[in-house]
Write a protein that binds this ligand. Structure first.
Ligand SMILES: Nc1ncnc2c1ncn2[C@@H]1O[C@H](COP(=O)(O)OP(=O)(O)O)[C@@H](O)[C@H]1O
Ligand SMILES: [Mg+2]
Length: 246
């Protein structure tokens, strides 16, 4: 049984059909890529898969159970995390506080309680470990707004990992990163590979083709091609779009 499966997803905004027929499958520990032109419906797809938008049709299964109609919070609790194309951090809080707030044992007790709970050393130890895992050791006490753009993106992944997900969605993680930041992010994602299943929307094909086990190409709200990076390089659409020359 695949870890995660979406079948024939449909999503409309008014008269605009954004997802016409999208099916995806993610196996345990697999790293799947999603590519496609701007406006193809990739982010909308993530929004449907993570419960932000209700689909107009289709089915979403996690470990064989339907999760359609669940709220983002309920889906997160099942073990599905995401990062956002636009970053989602508490700027005034330190890097470590951003992670502590996202820990399940802190989150469970509600927003008003977090400072008391977070004083527990164990929460800070765990958050520090997560920060080290995403390459932010030594930055624990820095206000997140003082971090570099690349560090903020890494912190966002640390926050997503705090929920101990079994499936992580990353929406254009290299966006806005320079060469060095992209190389660091590559190493980070590679180090996470196999520890959990990951789905990455990414326009940087060089980046994606070297990381992904399988890639789906979304265009016009449909999966127009799907396969291993090697198979996709031979795909006419990928070649025409010049994305295959990586
Ligand atoms: N909340 C929304 N309301 C109306 N239209 C939307 C909404 N979200 C996305 N869209 C439209 O859906 C289409 C696909 O957008 P998106 O999923 O962001 O594409 P991608 O991530 O592939 O670039 C676009 O035409 C966009 O304007
Ligand atoms: Mg997008």
């Amino acid at each position: 049984m695949p870890l995660f499966e979406a079948r024939a997803l449909q999503k409309r905004f008014g008269a605009q059909v954004v997802l016409q027929d999208v099916s995806l499958r993610v196996d345990h520990g697999e790293l799947c890529g999603i590519m496609g032109p701007n406006g193809a419906g990739k982010t909308t797809c993530f929004n449907v898969l993570t419960g932000r938008y209700k689909p107009d049709g289709g089915e979403v299964l996690f470990e064989g159970r339907s999760i359609g109609g669940r709220t983002p919070r309920e889906i997160a609790r099942l073990g599905i995390s995401r990062s956002f194309q636009v970053m989602n951090l508490f700027d005034e809080y330190s890097a470590i506080d951003n992670v502590v707030i996202a820990l399940p044992q802190v989150r469970r007790h509600g927003w008003s309680m977090w400072r008391d709970l977070a004083r527990q050393q164990s929460a800070y130890d765990e958050a520090a470990e997560l920060l080290a895992r995403v390459g932010l050791a030594g930055k624990e006490r820095a206000a997140s707004r003082r971090l570099s753009y690349g560090e903020r993106r890494a912190l966002e992944i640390g926050v997503a990992l705090a929920a101990r997900p079994r499936l992580l969605f990353l929406d254009e993680p290299t966006a806005g990163l320079g060469v060095e930041g992209t190389a660091r992010l590559f190493d980070l994602i590679e180090s996470l590979k196999r520890q959990l299943a990951i789905v990455i929307i990414e326009h940087d094909m060089h980046f994606l083709f070297r990381l992904a086990d399988r890639i789906s190409v979304i265009h016009w709200g449909q999966v127009i091609a799907e396969g291993t990076p090697a198979a996709l390089r031979a795909n006419p659409w990928v070649q025409r779009s010049s994305l295959g020359r990586t």
